[in-house]
Design a protein around this ligand. Structure first.
Ligand code: C5P
Length: 224
């Protein structure tokens, strides 16, 4: 099966500060982006990785990914994440005309184990149109009103938190994005909107999204 991974990394990453795109923030001397892309390549299931970079950082991102040059295509991203995914998807279809499936992966999930990536690809190979890695929710979850007062306790046994890579049969992602508006942040959600079935595979705690300085510290500790 021909699979290309898309990594929309064209955001500015203001939450982590550091004045640079979040994907270029380093953990133990290596950027989140390089680690995330290497994981995809090391899975052995991905032909290419298309990375959407901030328009003025394309050459910086190319230099960052030089060790994986033969697998990586860097494209200038768009104004919104949705645009960046659309641009990366078009590039994937250009470089891999026999494309069967696409993974969409967060650079911030730089420590995703290769087993999770392989499980997602296998589920698509087995016929799932869309697949997401998920974890059970360990906190009790409450619903609140505008004043912050609790209105309900949600049954968490039916809840899952979602990780990446999210995997899609190519025609499913194409159709979902053709129908999507501008502001989608969850690709699987776009498939749900067009009535498509989304399956799950088990995620992994190491696939956490590195968003804050605390998350960076946790990642450093995991590596140590
Ligand atoms: O900024 P936010 O956290 O919503 O970004 C989510 C992801 O989408 C990030 O990985 C970011 O780099 C990416 N993104 C993008 N193109 C944009 C905006 C965000 O690829 N124009």
């Amino acid at each position: 099966m021909n699979v290309v991974a898309l990594v929309p990394a064209a955001g500015r990453g203001v939450r982590l500060g550091a004045g640079r795109p979040k994907a270029l923030v380093e953990v133990a001397g290596e950027s989140l982006l390089l680690r995330a892309v290497r994981g995809l390549v090391d899975s052995g299931r991905v032909q290419y990785v298309v990375v959407a970079a901030p328009v003025d950082e394309v050459s910086t991102v190319e230099a960052e990914l030089a060790p994986l040059r033969s697998f990586v295509h860097v494209v200038p991203g768009g104004a919104e994440r949705t645009d960046s995914v659309r641009i990366a998807l078009a590039e994937a279809e250009r470089i891999a005309p026999d494309l069967d499936a696409v993974l969409v992966h967060d650079a911030a999930r730089a420590f995703t184990p290769v087993s999770v990536i392989r499980d997602v690809v296998r589920a698509i190979e087995d016929g799932a149109p869309a697949v997401i890695p998920v974890l059970p929710v360990s906190d009790t979850v409450k619903q609140v009103d505008a004043s912050g007062a609790v209105t309900a306790t949600v049954d968490r046994s039916q809840l899952r938190s979602v990780q990446t890579p999210q995997g899609f049969a190519i025609e499913v992602l194409r159709e979902a994005y053709a129908a999507a508006g501008d502001a989608a942040t969850d690709d699987a959600g776009l498939v749900e909107r067009i009535g498509g079935k989304v399956s799950t595979v088990p995620g992994h705690p190491h696939a956490l999204k590195i968003t804050t300085a605390f998350d960076l510290a946790v990642a450093e500790a995991v590596l140590a």
